[in-house]
Design a protein around this ligand. Structure first.
Ligand code: NAD
Length: 260
């Protein structure tokens, strides 16, 4: 039996009709790769200026180049979101372009990362709180909407056999943080989360050769694994003014696998 041999990308639709205003800016963390990269490219396609934040400098520049080649506007910001001082410096660089209306907290450690539980947990969820809090302090009255990237792991799935313990714990904490911020901040900004199912990104690709992946894809009611573009569509919708009355949701984007 072979591993997963299907496509790795799906279509990326134009989300520009969802109410974003010309000249608005979004910051996407972890935008050199995978879900963050698809979201950054989708945001640029929708007319937003994009701050491409990543610890991987060449990868961030590659995303910016791809956006610029398609006629969009973006800036690469090299930052470790786990480092508070770097985050502050990254906001200064980003805001030199103007105010930042939207934030996508996407960067996070790999689900199989090893090391002390408390350190990895803090890296995964503490960094999201740090980036969001810092954004709010710099963009008072401008911040319109935030999407955190959680997971079905820890929320709708135990994931006991496949990932390190910190990962589901962190992703459940991100769901809790999302609901807390959504109510605490009174909708200014709105705060929601996307909980992806298994999504074909570079961090997942090494596992695609396993026959178990083909089995897993077949168990998803829509008959395939997720594409980064599937996640980007959900993120951009929740960010957008079209989702003005949606606040505090944790939206599974998993092809229905957690119901099957
Ligand atoms: N791929 C999946 O199946 C899946 C499922 C559920 C949730 N998620 C979540 O989606 C998010 C993105 O995952 P992906 O699959 O697109 O991964 P990916 O590895 O393709 O991309 C992650 C990006 O984040 C960057 N990054 C990592 N740590 C960073 C740090 N400290 N500071 C700045 N940048 C950093 C990496 O350099 C990379 O460019 C993660 O939060 C992940 O937990 C992914």
């Amino acid at each position: 039996m072979t591993g997963y041999t299907g496509p790795k990308h799906g279509p990326l639709y134009d989300m520009g009709a969802l109410g974003f205003a010309p000249g608005e800016m979004v910051c996407v963390t972890g935008a050199a790769s995978g879900i963050g990269k698809a979201t950054a490219i989708g945001a640029a396609k929708a007319g937003l200026t994009v701050a491409v934040w990543d610890i991987d400098g060449p990868g961030a520049v590659a995303t910016v180049d791809e956006i610029a080649a398609a006629g969009g506007k973006a800036i690469a910001v090299i930052v470790d979101v786990f480092d508070r001082q770097q985050v502050e410096r990254a906001w200064r660089e980003t805001l030199s372009l103007g105010p930042c209306h939207y934030l996508v907290n996407n960067a996070g450690p790999r689900s199989v990362s090893q090391g002390p539980f408390a350190d990895r947990l803090l890296e995964a969820v503490g960094s999201m709180e740090t980036v969001a809090k810092s954004w709010l302090s710099h963009c008072v009255g401008v911040a319109a909407s935030l999407v955190n990237i959680s997971s079905i792991a820890g929320n709708l799935q135990g994931s006991g056999k496949t990932v390190s313990a910190f990962y589901p714990a962190a992703k459940a904490a991100i769901a809790g943080l999302t609901r807390h911020m959504a109510t605490r901040l009174g909708g200014m900004p709105r705060v929601n989360a996307v909980a992806p199912g298994i999504t074909i990104t570079p961090r997942i690709e090494p596992m695609l050769a396993s026959p178990a992946m083909q089995d897993l894809a077949a168990r998803v009611p829509v008959g395939r694994l997720g594409y980064p573009e599937d996640m980007a569509h959900a993120v951009l919708f929740l960010l957008s003014p079209a989702a003005a009355y949606i606040n505090g949701v944790v939206l599974p984007v998993d092809g229905g696998v957690t119901l099957a």
